[in-house]
Design a protein around this ligand. Structure first.
Ligand code: ATP
Ligand code: MG
Length: 221
């Protein structure tokens, strides 16, 4: 079904600054008087938050495919219960992670490849429409920078099962994101997230303005 909202997703490795920048985006959209919601994956609705705690618990070893299916299950519920209703009301939806996270973490990081795309296409298909974001804002940092940030003492965030993966996993995740940014370039804006918070936000704001206030645009990068 067609909707008049805008679906904007923040993507990037752990510690790239997604949650931090969503805070700034919220403040900016509020200032503009925009009608928006902000949400996160996995989670955002009760059943998906429960799936999130199953996935991220450091004691829950599981196969890569199980992990992929759980993320996809959480994604679908969140999409059905929260994202689509907001889009249909014409709202801007700001979401912390979506399909590109699965393609990079499970597809590239866990090396599950195409299976992840197949599963996700099914998960985001509602009544024959696949719900892809209008824009993926990809915050690009090296694993060294990202992991150093989240392991810093004052990061105020629990270390989860995926953070504890070896460096090689995080490297594959980033390579995955970089490939995806080329493959899906019409919906990708790549931002250098090694800059300071204000500089990163200035870049994000430019892309947001293009999407929200200047009409259709072919490319964001
Ligand atoms: N541009 C920046 N420069 C330096 N530190 C930053 C920057 N952006 C965020 N940080 C800090 O890095 C840490 C991780 O940031 P944040 O939680 O926003 O990342 P994230 O992408 O949401 O990570 P995750 O995927 O693990 O949720 C926080 O302590 C935050 O204050
Ligand atoms: Mg975060």
């Amino acid at each position: 079904m067609k909707h008049s909202g805008k679906f904007i997703v923040l993507e990037g490795p752990d510690g790239s600054g997604k949650t931090t920048q969503i805070g700034r985006i919220e403040a900016y959209l509020r200032e503009q008087g925009a009608d928006f919601i902000s949400t996160r994956e996995p989670g955002g609705v009760l059943v998906a938050e429960k799936i999130r705690s199953v996935i991220l618990d450091v004691d829950h070893a599981m196969s890569g495919l199980t992990e992929c299916l759980l993320y996809a299950a959480a994604r679908r519920e969140h999409l059905l219960q929260k994202v689509i209703p907001a889009l249909e009301q014409g709202k801007i939806v700001i979401c912390d992670r979506y399909v590109m996270s699965s393609l990079s973490y499970q597809g590239y990081g866990r090396e599950l490849g195409e299976a992840v795309l197949d599963i996700n296409k099914r998960a985001i298909n509602v009544d024959g429409t696949e719900y892809w974001p209008d824009l993926n804002i990809y915050l690009d940092v090296t694993p060294e920078v990202g992991l150093q940030r989240i392991h810093a003492k004052d990061a105020g965030r629990e270390i989860n099962r995926l953070d504890l993966e070896k460096e090689d996993f995080h490297r594959k995740v980033r390579e995955g994101y970089l490939r995806l940014s080329r493959e899906y370039q019409e919906s990708f804006a790549t931002i250098d997230a090694s800059q300071n918070e204000a500089e990163v936000f200035a870049d994000i704001k430019r892309v947001l303005e293009r999407l929200l206030f200047e009409g259709p645009q072919q490319e964001f990068s």
